[in-house]
Design a binder for this molecule. Structure first.
Ligand code: KIV
Length: 275
C-alpha cells in the first residue's frame, strides 16, 4: 500500500527497544525534559529516551535539592512531556518519599504516573533496599528503571554531590545492587557519578542497559540534563558536562535586542501591524 501523502508515524521506542539496543551494541541517547516544548524539540531531534527527572526541582522550580518535589509536581511535568512526544520512550522519576515507605505506596505512585500522566515507565533511586518494591511494580506491568551511584534524593544522608563508590567496599555493594535490581526486573539502570572502571564492570555484569551520567564511556547509553547541555545553566560546570550550545547567551542577546527595539520605537514595524 502506498504511503504517499500520508504523514509517517515514527516507530515508538519501547523498553524492549532499549534492551535490544544493548544486545546489538547500539548506544542509547537519553535527555531530560519537563515541558511540552522542550520534549517536542528533543523528540524531533531523534532522542531515544526522555527522562522527566526530578531535577525539575532544581531546573524548573529553583529548589536547591530534589527533595521538595511532590508526586503531583511530577505528574504535571510528565503529562506535559508526554503530549509533546511522538517517538521517544518517556520515563518519569518517582519523587522522594513517594515510593520509600511501603511497596503498596510505591505501586500506587507508579500507577498514578502511568494512568494520570501517561508515562511509559518509572525510575526509582536505590539498590537492594528497594528491590522488593521494584519487583511488585514490575509484576503489576509497570516498567522500572533503577538509579545507582549518586542518588540526589539522599543528599542529606551523603552530605555532598561528590563521586560515589570510589572505595572498594562501596563499589562491591553497588555491583551487587545492580545485580539485585536486574533480578527484581528493572529494564535499565542509571549510573550517576561513579568511576568509569566501575561503570564498565557493572555494564558487563548485567544484561540490561546501563545509562551513565558522569560514569564514563563504557555505559550502554548516556544521559544529560538538557538545560545543562544547552548552556542554560551557567552556574553548573561539573567535569562530565559537555555543552552543545550557549543558549543563555543567545537568549540574553535576543531579549536585549527586543528591549532595544521597543525602546527605540523600532518594534513593531509596518509589516508587523494590522491595517
Ligand atoms: O533527575 C534527573 O535529571 C536524573 C538524571 C540526572 C539521571 O535523575
Amino acid at each position: 500500500m502506498s504511503t504517499q501523502g500520508k504523514t509517517q508515524t515514527p516507530e515508538k521506542v519501547t523498553t524492549q527497544t532499549v534492551v535490544e539496543m544493548k544486545r546489538k551494541g547500539e548506544r542509547i541517547s537519553m535527555l531530560t525534559a519537563y515541558d511540552f516544548t522542550m520534549a517536542g524539540i528533543v523528540d524531533r531531534a531523534g532522542i531515544d529516551v526522555i527522562l522527566v527527572g526530578d531535577s525539575a526541582s532544581n531546573v524548573m522550580a529553583g529548589y536547591e535539592t530534589t527533595v521538595p518535589m511532590t508526586l503531583e509536581h511530577m505528574i504535571y511535568h510528565t503529562s506535559c512531556v508526554v503530549r509533546g512526544v511522538k517517538r521517544a520512550l518517556v520515563i518519569a522519576d518517582l519523587p522522594f518519599m513517594s515510593y520509600q515507605v511501603t511497596a503498596k505506596e510505591a505501586l500506587i505512585s507508579s500507577g498514578r504516573m502511568m494512568k494520570e500522566a501517561g508515562a511509559h515507565a518509572v525510575k526509582l533511586e536505590g539498590g537492594r533496599t528497594i528491590a522488593g518494591t521494584v519487583r511488585k511494580i514490575v509484576d503489576a506491568g509497570i516498567p522500572v528503571m533503577g538509579h545507582l551511584g549518586l542518588t540526589p534524593q539522599s543528599i542529606y544522608k551523603f552530605g555532598t554531590y561528590k563521586v560515589r563508590a570510589k572505595e572498594e567496599q562501596e563499589a562491591e555493594e553497588l555491583l551487587e545492587d545492580a545485580r539485585q535490581l536486574e533480578e527484581a526486573g528493572v529494564f535499565s539502570i542509571v549510573l550517576e557519578k561513579i568511576p568509569a572502571a566501575l561503570a564498565k564492570k557493572v555494564t558487563e555484569s548485567v544484561s540490561i542497559p546501563t545509562i551513565g551520567i558522569g560514569a564514563g564511556a563504557d555505559c550502554d547509553g548516556q544521559v544529560l540534563v538538557t538545560h545543562d547541555m544547552l548552556g542554560l545553566n551557567k552556574d553548573f560546570s561539573p567535569r562530565f558536562l559537555r555543552r552543545y550550545a550557549d543558549l543563555d547567551k543567545s537568549m540574553t542577546d535576543a531579549v536585549s535586542n527586543y528591549i532595544d527595539d521597543v525602546k527605540k520605537g523600532d518594534f513593531p514595524n509596518e509589516n508587523e501591524r494590522y491595517n
